[in-house]
Design a protein around this ligand. Structure first.
Ligand SMILES: NC(=O)C1=CN([C@@H]2O[C@H](COP(=O)(O)OP(=O)(O)OC[C@H]3O[C@@H](n4cnc5c(N)ncnc54)[C@H](O)[C@@H]3O)[C@@H](O)[C@H]2O)C=CC1
Ligand SMILES: CC(=O)C(=O)O
Length: 374
């Protein structure tokens, strides 16, 4: 199989979908890898690093997209839709629930679209989302702490406080991978931390993990309103896999925050969990202010720490890519239930229920679609 690796084109997206180690794994399995020139630069990999392990460096994005399977990091942008064609395997983050136009293109062009973020193990874990959630969760507090500084428009609060002065209040909504990593960093800085989740068992686990050093709260609008009001830093970290993020923080709740507080909505890639977040922001221009509160809504946070993120991401994506390349998509999907859950669109059908529901489109199970094909 020919595997293509285009250079990412999203604002400040410095990650790349494969490292030289990943190329070596594919080449050892008999596949060819075409890497667009400069694709690895932002993550510290040169063209020579790739050719040394058997990749071909190609001059244009079109050359990289002219492959059997294209591996990317972020969802394709409109400038890339023209490369879609029937039978192309696209293996990347897709976040289709808030992206009707991209969903329609994948359906119309009959792309086999496999989303990293909906590959799911039987225990519910999302192994290809997890490392980037670890990165973004840790970054959320680092970024929030910075924007709380006066010169960035913040209220001038140091999250850890100092002896004799109140600590900062960090409220995290969603106690999964992002939320846990945000809480670790916030506790490390010495802040008071509250985690809100809808899953009572998860709250028990977090209480054990943090040995009672975080306040856990069950998710309902009453608890969210009270917690948000006192937050210096609010981190949005909810997820319903594949679905649009639930809007849990209303405009009135944001109005009740004190001026100069900061919101980092990590869940923005699934449409965002805060009512006053009406746009995706970029690393170039990461915040805007509404009701006196700083809003940060960058959908590719890990792109800023690209070396760490590329290594962490490809550690988990490459083994799946090798399966897809070795067996072909149909057999690989049949053999691996977790991978099957990653298939969002195939043969013009939406095979991720949450995505179908988000766009009011008919849903077909991936098994059904594969059966009809054979
Ligand atoms: N902006 C960015 O650059 C990045 C964004 N993300 C996104 O961050 C979000 C969170 O990801 P993970 O932590 O990996 O997900 P996760 O599945 O590990 O955790 C999500 C948590 O949200 C909880 N939840 C669901 N509904 C809730 C509700 N109504 N109230 C409170 N909690 C609720 C779940 O019980 C779960 O514990 C996802 O949208 C993910 O795609 C991840 C990495 C980078
Ligand atoms: C998960 C995601 O959206 C990212 O890593 O950019």
């Amino acid at each position: 199989m020919i595997v293509g690796i285009p250079k990412e084109i999203k604002n400040n997206e410095n990650r790349v979908a494969i490292t030289p180690a990943g190329v070596a794994a594919l080449v050892q399995n008999g596949h060819s890898v075409r890497v667009e020139t400069g694709a690895g630069q932002g993550s510290g990999f040169t063209n020579e690093d790739y050719t040394a392990v058997g990749a071909e460096i190609v001059a244009t994005a079109a050359d990289a997209w002219a492959a059997d399977m294209v591996m990317k990091v972020k969802e394709p942008l409109p400038a890339e839709y023209g490369y879609f064609r029937e039978g192309l395997i696209l293996f990347t983050y897709l976040h289709l629930a808030p992206e009707p136009e991209l969903t329609r293109e994948l359906i119309d062009k009959k792309v086999i679209a496999i989303a990293y973020e909906t590959i799911q193990l039987d225990n519910g874990a999302l192994p290809l989302l997890m490392p980037m959630s670890e990165v973004a969760g840790r970054m959320s507090v680092q970024i929030g702490a910075q924007f709380l500084e006066k010169q960035y428009g913040g209220k001038g609060v140091l999250l850890g406080g100092v002896p004799g002065v109140p600590k900062g209040e960090v409220v995290v909504i969603g106690g999964g991978i992002v939320g846990t990593n945000a809480a670790k960093m916030a506790l490390g800085l010495g802040a008071n931390v509250t985690i809100i989740d809808v899953n009572a068992d998860r709250l028990r686990q977090l209480d054990d993990l943090f040995q009672g050093r975080v306040q856990t709260l069950i998710s309902n609008s009453f608890n969210i309103a009270n917690a948000v009001k006192k937050a210096d830093l609010l981190v949005g970290a909810v997820l319903i896999p594949g679905a649009r993020a639930p809007r849990l923080v209303t405009e009135d709740m944001v109005k009740a925050m004190t001026p100069g507080s900061v919101i980092v909505d990590v869940a923005i890639d699934q449409g965002g969990s805060i009512e006053t977040i009406d746009r995706i922001t970029t690393h170039d221009n990461p915040t805007y202010e509404k009701h006196g509160v700083i809003h940060y809504a960058v959908a590719n946070m890990p792109g800023a720490v690209a070396r760490t993120s590329t290594l962490a991401l490809t550690n988990v994506t490459v083994p799946y890519a090798v399966q897809l390349a070795n067996k072909g998509y149909a057999q690989a999907i049949r053999d691996n239930r977790a991978l099957a859950k990653g298939v969002n669109v195939i043969d013009g059908k939406v095979t991720c229920k949450a995505v179908a529901d988000a766009h009011n489109l008919p849903y077909a199970s991936v098994e059904e679609v594969l059966l009809v094909k054979n």
